[in-house]
Design a protein around this ligand. Sequence first.
Ligand code: ADP
Ligand code: TRP
Length: 347
Amino acid sequence: MSERRPRILSGVQPSGELHLGNYFGAIAQHVRLQDEGDAFYFIADYHALTTVHDAERLAALTRDVAATYLALGLDPQKATFFRQSDVPEVHELTWMLECVTGMGLLERAHSYKDKVAKGIHPSVGLFTYPALMASDILIYQADLVPVGQDQVQHIEMCQDMAQSFNSRFGRRERDAEGVERVVGPLKRPEYKLSPTPKVPGTDGQKMSKSYGNTIPIFASGKRLKKAVNSIVTDSRDPKREPLDPDACNAFAIYALLHDEDEVAALAEQYRRAPEVGFLGYGVTKKAIIERMQERFGPARERYEALKRPGSELDDVLREGALRARAVARETIAACRQATGLGPLLSA
Ligand code: ADP
Ligand code: TRP
């Protein structure tokens, strides 16, 4: 009997221009995993409503995220790619999950506290964000959720919510040994961290759209130069003393874009800076700019074309939504049944 391929699922918010942190923490891994399982990826536009309150901007950013993924290798023949809001059934499951989730669980969310500390309005939507995220995952019966470090607590909350729902509404069954277990309609997912789950920004904090410390994936020319040149480095003088590669943000970003030998060679130059006449951080920054142009330049043209109205992007998202919606409806039907809400009236 052939095993079902694992369902891999992740979402990205259209809340700003995608950057190297998103690329190395999420996109690169998502594209790789489309060959290893039945991948579902979506643009989390409902989630972005917690922070983006401008209709034109939300629509433009949604298109931008979709074009970025497709230009960087997401293949709609392999992965189901869609907009979160094209499957409104996700809110029905969110409500069911909220009814089995204690306030205490949501009150412990780091991400809510961090966002409020950064000045984001503490709306009810921002507070219940993890329940919608859990529903995103559970409604598609995901096995594996590839994310960056910052999302791990949200996945753990999702595991808790699946467990609470199943234990309240699941059926009690005895296995062959007579041991009782509960079989519920929701599948417990696991998370998968990318090999680079925490990419530093130009100021050394986590790179994030909301910290203004990003290097956008498709920046070019002066804008790219300006972003890379703003990477904070320390004040050591390479003519007088050795530099420490591990203490350098520019080195950390260089390491993401270069192979092992190149990274080892640059580390050696840092450590022997005065001896070998290393010219300092400017060298590292110039190499970052060159490598970004090589790596992302060719995809940039495709990205620009995909963003234009009438490109194939609309068809891709429509097809993806149809496939995703069919799966979502099955889960909703099972959950309505389990809770006693019962089947929807047919029209
Ligand atoms: P941002 O912090 O810029 O708003 P998101 O929260 O939209 O980014 O994150 C989208 C995806 O990118 C998530 O899977 C997240 O874990 C990952 N990600 C974001 N920033 C980084 C980073 N600096 N390093 C690694 N992964 C990141
Ligand atoms: N909260 C995630 C982020 O900010 C985006 C997201 C929404 C998500 N729903 C998801 C990620 C479901 C993984 C699975 O990055």
